[in-house]
Structure formats: C-alpha cells, structure tokens
Design a protein around this ligand. Structure first.
Ligand code: MG
Length: 436
C-alpha cells in the first residue's frame, strides 16, 4: 500500500486523507516513538486530521505536544526536542487538499525507508495500544514560534528595508511579519491572515499567482517583495522594480551568499539552470532527483553548505535540513540591504530555456526512457538519477516522464535562443525515434 509521496501523505480532505487514516498513522508512529510534537497549517481539515493523529499517538503510548497553527519550518525546528515531528499540511496544494508530513529531530523529513515502515505496519494492522495507565499525555507549548524566531535572529543581522510580504493566507502569517519587523524592516503585509480557503490567491508562490505583490512593491516603493506558500517552507521574491525573480536566480543569489569566496558543495535537482553553477565557480555542484526531500538528503550525505530547488525551497543546513521560507526571507532581507535585488540579478548570466513534451502512454514510459537514454548518449555525458539529463557543449537537455500525465517532458537550456531551439529539436527527434 502506497500512502506516502515525495512530500508525505497528501490528498483530498475527507476522501483520500481521512481521520481513520490519520488515526492509524498515529497508532503506528506512536508505537516506536515516546514523544512527538504536532502542528498544523490553516487548512480547513487540519484540526480534524490533527485530532485523529493525537488520538492515535496517545493511544499507542506516545506523549504529544501541540504547538497549534504554525509554519512547517517552525514545526521542524520544534522537533529537535522530541523523538519526531508531525505536521498536518498540504503545502502549496489548493484548499481542498490536506496532508501529513513526518519529521526527524534534525529537521529531515522521514525518508523512504521510514515511510515504508509505516505503510507496512498499517497494512499489517500492527497498531500500538497502551494500557489505560500508560497512554501518552497531551500537552500544549505556546513558545515554538518564538523559539524559531530567536534561532533565526541569532543567524541574521538587522536591516531597515521597506518590504511587501505576501503570506498568501498561509501559516507564514503567524511568524514572518513579526520577525521582519523585529529585524528592523518596515513591513507591508498582504494576506497575512491565515485562512484555509486561501481566498486571496493560489497558495503556490509562482509568477502567475503574484500579480498583487508585484503591483504593491511598485506602488509602495518597496525595496523587496516576498511571497510564501501555504505552510511557508517555500519563499519566492519580487525585485524593487516589481519583477518576479526566477527560482534559479534566487538559488544562485542565496548560493553566492552562503558559499562566499570559500566555495563548498551545493546540492540542486537535475532541472536546475546552469546559471547556478556558473554563478558559483568555486563550488562543487551536486545533482539529485527533483524534490526538496532529495535535496535535503543530498546535503546531509555530502556535508554540503547549501542546497535548494527552483520551486522555492531553500535549505540552510547550519539551521536545519527542512526548507525554511522564514529564514530565507530574513536572509534575503540581509542580502538586499547591501545591494538592490535587480542589481544582484543583473550580475547573473542569462540563458535561454525551452520546455515541451512528447505524448507517451504511461505503460510505455519506462522502456522509452531506457531507449532514449541509450540514444541521447550521442549528444554528450548522460546522468540518469531522475529521467535522462545530457550535458552538451552548448548546454543541457533533460527528458523526464510526467508523474501525472501521459507524456514525457523535455527541457533544454543553452546560451542563446538559436542554440536552445536546435538542442531541443535534436532531443525531441531522438525521443520520437525511440518511441517508434
Ligand atoms: Mg510548502
């Protein structure tokens, strides 16, 4: 039985993710853990799922500490004082979704082996059930948000920028505006009231969803615009001209700040732009599968100084292995204090990207990828950790099966438009030939 995806358990509330399922997860988890801390994002179904998890954990003999409505990085930070952390969240998904994500004390999400253990135990109905006088106690801790803020404040300096912050009605509204104010910023908030209906915008902080933020930055003559997703582990930005900063650009800007002159290993997924490697000439760039959990695992395994994903997940391992959109906000304020964001962007190299797809039946994907992998070798060095990525003289191309649709996606990047069109066309031709 497959319950966990790359971001924990996630699905439509009360259909796919039910209180019955949450109870079982609690009963299984509570069998091996003596203490857990639990938090939730503002989703309408989150209190229901939280209560079911608490019942299961307590029934199995695990003490549970509730920290209420918090961001995912706040929960991951609190997990350091417990045997595990439990976050009820569906991250950037639309309002009808809810989910459960489990955390280790070092801020690392449960890995595939840990998740499989839980799936197996649920399938075997191997639930924990403590005697009446050994059930877990349930208590509250009101200090988790303050503790997370203090941890961040010890790492970043003060700044007196004018910032527009769009929390998107997510959990970031419980912490980020206050933190930035305490750092010395003048903060203009948009959608800072947590609301599980997400009335203002879709919780995913991408270019299309941030039109209000872009306008507000210009109107208020702010020096920076910031936006978070539903549980505030992701952060994206808008420069002082009201222009959306791409994830690859932010990845490079944070990377430059983290690595400085000394370099150090940086972990990125296979679909990251080459502008990141070119901006960090002294750093060793290590590539992983797409997904922030894989980036975090890569950072831990290689002792990297920093890693991130262009979707908006930035991981600073000196703080935690959990992507932290609140720390990232404070960090970006600190960076922009010294130089305008548009100027930092202008220092980065510019490349051309082309994205497309070729239709392919789901049951044909595995064999196509194998065949395409062999054929694509004529273009250059092949990497097969997630799809097939080929490094060529002009740039790179990535062929990956879509996880949700009957197609394989092709992404190409090169120095200019002409080169990228040529590279894309060549790769597409090879994939179509492999299909025949
Ligand atoms: Mg998220």
């Amino acid at each position: 039985m497959k319950l966990f995806g790359s971001s924990g358990i996630r699905g439509i509330a009360n259909e796919e993710v039910t209180p019955e399922l949450a109870l079982k997860v609690g009963q299984v988890l509570g069998k091996t853990k003596k203490s857990a801390v639990i938090g939730r994002d503002p989703r309408t179904a989150a209190p229901m799922i939280e209560h079911a998890l608490i019942a299961g954990l307590s029934s199995a003999g695990c003490d549970v500490t509730r920290i209420g409505l918090v961001s995912t990085p706040t929960l991951a930070c609190a997990a350091r004082d417990y045997e595990c952390g439990v976050m009820v969240t569906a991250s950037h998904n639309p309002s009808e979704y809810v989910g459960i994500k489990l955390w280790n004390p070092d801020g690392m999400a449960f890995d595939s082996a840990q998740q499989e253990e839980i799936e197996e135990a649920i399938e075997k109905e191997a639930f924990g059930r403590a005697a009446w006088d050994e059930m877990g106690r349930v208590s509250k801790d009101e200090k988790a948000i303050r503790a997370h803020m203090e941890l961040i404040k010890a790492e970043v300096g003060s700044a007196s920028l004018r910032v527009v912050l769009d929390c998107g009605c997510g959990a970031g509204g419980t912490i980020t505006p206050y933190l930035l104010q305490e750092l010395g910023c003048e903060v203009i908030t948009l959608n800072a009231q947590p609301d599980g209906h997400f009335p203002a915008r879709n919780p995913e902080p991408n270019d299309a969803n941030l039109s209000l933020l872009k306008k507000a930055v210009v109107e208020f003559e702010a020096e920076l615009g910031l936006a978070q997703d539903g549980d505030a582990d992701r952060l994206m930005a808008v420069d002082e001209k009201g222009s959306f900063v791409s994830g690859d650009e932010l990845l490079a800007i944070f990377g430059r700040s983290e690595c400085g002159e000394s370099g150090g290993a940086v972990v990125v997924p296979v679909d990251t732009s080459m502008l990141v490697a070119d901006s960090l000439p002294k750093s060793e760039i290590l590539r992983t599968r797409v997904g922030d959990v894989y980036v975090a695992e890569g950072i831990k395994k290689h002792g990297a100084v920093y890693g991130g994903e262009p979707s908006g997940s930035w991981i600073f391992p000196r703080l935690s292995y959990c992507p932290d959109g609140i720390y990232a906000a404070a960090k970006l304020v600190e960076i922009v204090k010294d130089k305008k964001l548009s100027e930092l962007r202008a220092e980065l190299p510019k490349y051309a990207t082309r994205r497309g797809a070729v239709p392919c039946a789901n049951d044909r994907k595995a064999t196509l990828m194998e065949e395409a992998g062999t054929r694509l070798k004529v273009l250059g060095e092949v990497l097969t950790i997630d799809g097939v990525r080929v490094e060529t003289a002009e740039g790179w191309v990535l062929v990956r099966p879509s996880g949700t649709e009957a197609k394989v996606r092709i992404t190409a990047e090169a120095r200019d438009e002409a080169a990228v069109e040529k590279l894309y066309a060549t790769a597409e031709k090879i994939v179509r030939e492999a299909l025949q």
